[in-house]
Design a protein around this ligand. Structure first.
Ligand SMILES: [Zn+2]
Length: 109
């Protein structure tokens, strides 16, 4: 396998990307204003069931972003507004993993 193909195989992943907001409508009892990484729930971020905190990825239509939260999906994008999360909907996207974080995700609850 060529280096280029190996690189693409290691960094590109087709995933279903839903969206969520920090309020009770999406987070239920976890709606405490913080991501699972204890950072404030604002700006742009990804929740992941799979990738550790600190993993950086590029999501088409969303941008270069870091895993700061955990959730039931491999990749789920964060919006401060529930309306924005609704407008994103659920997309099938090829996501590029740029940097694999090292912090293990701790499951709570
Ligand atoms: Zn919501």
């Amino acid at each position: 396998m060529s280096t280029l193909l190996l690189y693409l195989a290691l960094t590109l992943r087709l995933v279903t990307v839903p969206a969520y907001c920090p309020k009770e409508c999406c987070c239920g009892r976890w709606a405490d204003g913080l991501f699972a990484s204890n950072q404030g729930a604002q700006g742009r971020a990804v929740a992941s069931s799979t990738y550790p905190f600190g993993t950086r990825m590029f999501i088409p239509g969303y941008g270069e972003v870091e895993v700061k939260d955990r959730g039931p999906n491999v990749v789920e994008v964060f919006f401060e507004s529930h309306q924005d999360a609704l407008e994103w909907g659920v997309k099938q996207l090829v996501v590029r993993i740029d940097y694999a974080g090292r912090t293990k995700i701790k499951r709570a609850g």
